[in-house]
Design a protein around this ligand. Structure first.
Ligand SMILES: Nc1nc2c(c(=O)[nH]1)N(C=O)[C@@H](CNc1ccc(C(=O)N[C@@H](CCC(=O)O)C(=O)O)cc1)CN2
Ligand SMILES: Nc1ncnc2c1ncn2[C@@H]1O[C@H](COP(=O)(O)OP(=O)(O)OP(=O)(O)O)[C@@H](O)[C@H]1O
Length: 213
């Protein structure tokens, strides 16, 4: 158990440094390829509500294109809000409710306040509608690293593990589609994501030039 934590920590270091080598252009081009694949998925096309995330400034896939796509296609968008108590690593997903003045594009978050990781979060002025089990048709999941068996390594706080557990505890389904840039897939066959008992496999992993199920 302690072993798994150490292995995860080591792998995070490796993956964070690999992601640092990506330029802004790399991230832009690879992100576009990933989203074009996602837009073609029936599970995305049929989803009325999508759990998304608002990308960090660097070292992560950029989510602007899918935010725009969801807004333009009339899908409900839910985005993370982490609890004020950072020790608890509790996260909710809140429905994005926009007023008419800025509802025509996916850039609504540009003016939102940022949390300690520079991730935009819903402002207090937005009406609160928090996702309950069954509210989200498709969850798009970020991560630091993945392997070919759809195992995921996150940022290390367990926010997504806990959230997924909370949303599925009464047997509710929550389809999980992970998205990642090229350096985030472990390609060396001998390298695997260490898995603990609470880690849930992704249903699908979308990369710039391949999809894994
Ligand atoms: N865009 C985005 N939003 C998200 C997540 C995410 O992965 N991506 N999260 C997914 O969980 C949650 C936020 N969790 C995060 C947890 C840690 C760090 C982070 O950068 N942590 C340390 C790394 C240092 C270390 O421990 O080695 C840092 O502060 O630099 C970032 C996000 C909710 N929102
Ligand atoms: N469902 C859960 N209930 C309670 N604690 C959990 C749960 N899932 C994970 N944890 C705890 O969260 C901590 C971080 O877990 P882990 O290292 O797997 O995070 P991660 O999946 O990489 O991060 P994240 O989900 O935030 O992207 C661990 O100490 C773990 O025990």
């Amino acid at each position: 158990m302690e072993d798994i934590r150490k292995q995860k920590q080591e792998l995070r270091k490796q993956l964070r440094s690999a992601m640092k080598n990506l330029t802004v252009e790399d991230i832009e081009i690879q992100s576009k390829s990933v989203w074009e694949k996602v837009f073609k998925l029936p599970i995305y096309q049929n989803a009325k509500s999508v759990g998304l995330f608002l990308s960090m400034p660097m070292g992560e896939i950029n989510t602007d294109l899918i935010l725009q796509h969801c807004v333009q296609n009339g899908k409900d968008i839910y985005v993370p809000e982490v609890g004020k108590n950072f020790e608890l690593c509790d996260m909710e997903l809140r429905k994005v409710i926009l007023d008419e003045s800025n509802s025509d594009n996916g850039m609504f978050h540009k003016s939102w306040p940022k949390n300690k990781w520079n991730i935009p979060e819903p402002p207090d002025s937005m009406p609160t509608d928090t996702a309950k089990p069954g509210d989200i048709d498709l969850m798009i999941v970020p991560g630091l690293g993945f392997d070919r068996s759809c195992n995921r390594l996150g940022q290390g706080k367990g926010y997504y593990d806990r959230f997924i557990a909370k949303m599925t505890k009464d047997g509710q389904d929550l389809p999980l589609v992970a998205v990642a840039l090229k350096p985030q897939l472990l390609v060396d066959g001998s390298q695997k994501i260490p898995v603990a008992e609470y880690d849930r496999k992704m249903d699908m992993l979308i990369l710039p030039d391949e999809s894994i199920e």
